[in-house]
Design a protein around this ligand. Structure first.
Ligand SMILES: Nc1nc2c(ncn2[C@@H]2O[C@H](COP(=O)(O)OP(=O)(O)OP(=O)(O)O)[C@@H](O)[C@H]2O)c(=O)[nH]1
Ligand SMILES: [Mg+2]
Length: 286
């Protein structure tokens, strides 16, 4: 079955108490005390060449979260055994025919979640850096603190980060504070939770810098919270971030999602609708 620009290779929407364990091979738990019974939860895991990590990431997803848990691995055109390994689990797998990048893979997962109307969506990486044990904390934050968005913060505890990456992250923190007047300690952290309101209301466009587009579109308008997460170092595989490219994209995103809308708002305020329409018609004619 083909849906938009990805294919649904394996579809598993909800678990039942009989097959609540993700691994097909493992012993089935008949009596599970779910922490959030009935919660229609999507867990999106973008994965590219993660054959060494995807299995243990899926193994670590707590089995007692919800009887309506749907784990969605988005295989971003991997050339290794990522798909074969993921397909042994009782989960949904979406597949890009070609590699398109982390942002595109996440976007595909979110589009699927929107179609399926999940109440809450968690995004976590397949590379073993985001321990799935924190999923509970993300859900609790969204439910109890009445926020729409939750993002992990690795800097609450010691985290050994490459100096350039750390600088880039701190620059972005300053940037968001300066221009959006919002505090965010770890803006490059991809471990996040979104409420259904955000999933339904926000259209994401970027394929490369989705993590930042999300912040531009969420921080100024919705309640959010950061929670402390102890991130693991990446043991295997290659990071997709190239710092120079990343910073350039952030500046372009800033112009697109901050400067342009601001100019538009100002022109709307000072120029009459009639005048704006006249200019528009003139431009369409030329
Ligand atoms: N490297 C890479 N990862 C991708 C791609 N598409 C999806 N991903 C997945 O996106 C997630 C994040 O990628 P990472 O390269 O670890 O990005 P990161 O965690 O921000 O960067 P590091 O801190 O260097 O690990 C992982 O689960 C990848 O498997 C891609 O094209 N390249
Ligand atoms: Mg990573």
């Amino acid at each position: 079955m083909f849906l938009k620009n990805y294919s649904v290779y394996k579809l598993k929407l909800t678990s039942t108490s009989q097959n609540s364990n993700l691994s097909n091979k493992s012993i089935k738990n008949k009596e599970v005390n779910y922490k959030f019974p009935g919660l229609n939860l999507g867990v999106v895991i973008p994965a590219y060449n993660e054959e060494l990590n995807i299995g243990r990431t899926l193994d670590q997803i707590p089995k007692n979260i919800s009887d309506n848990l749907c784990v969605i691995v988005v295989d971003d055109g991997s050339k290794d055994k990522t798909y074969e390994i993921a397909s042994k689990y009782d989960i949904t797998i979406l597949k890009h025919p070609k590699n398109r990048g982390n942002g595109a893979a996440t976007k595909t997962g979110l589009e699927f979640c929107r179609e399926k109307n999940f109440e809450l969506v968690i995004i976590l990486d397949a590379d073993g850096q985001h321990p799935p044990k924190y999923i509970d904390d993300f859900i609790t934050s969204i439910m109890e603190d009445s926020v729409e968005f939750v993002i992990g913060n690795r800097f609450k505890q010691y985290y050994n980060m490459d100096v350039n990456r750390k600088l880039c992250s701190k620059l972005m923190t300053a940037f968001y504070f300066l221009f959006l007047h919002k505090k965010i300690a770890d803006p490059t952290n991809g471990y996040r939770a979104l409420s259904s309101k955000l999933i339904q209301n926000i259209e994401f466009e970027s394929e490369y810098s989705l993590t930042q587009e999300m912040l531009f579109k969420i921080l100024p308008y919705y309640k959010y919270k950061e929670i402390p997460i102890k991130l693991n170092p990446r043991d295997n595989g290659e990071s997709f971030i190239k710092i120079k490219n990343y910073l350039t994209k952030i500046v372009l995103l800033f112009i697109k999602f901050y400067v342009f809308p601001k100019i538009k708002r100002i022109t709307h305020k000072i120029l009459s609708e009639e005048f704006r329409n006249r200019v528009k018609t003139y431009y369409l004619k030329t």
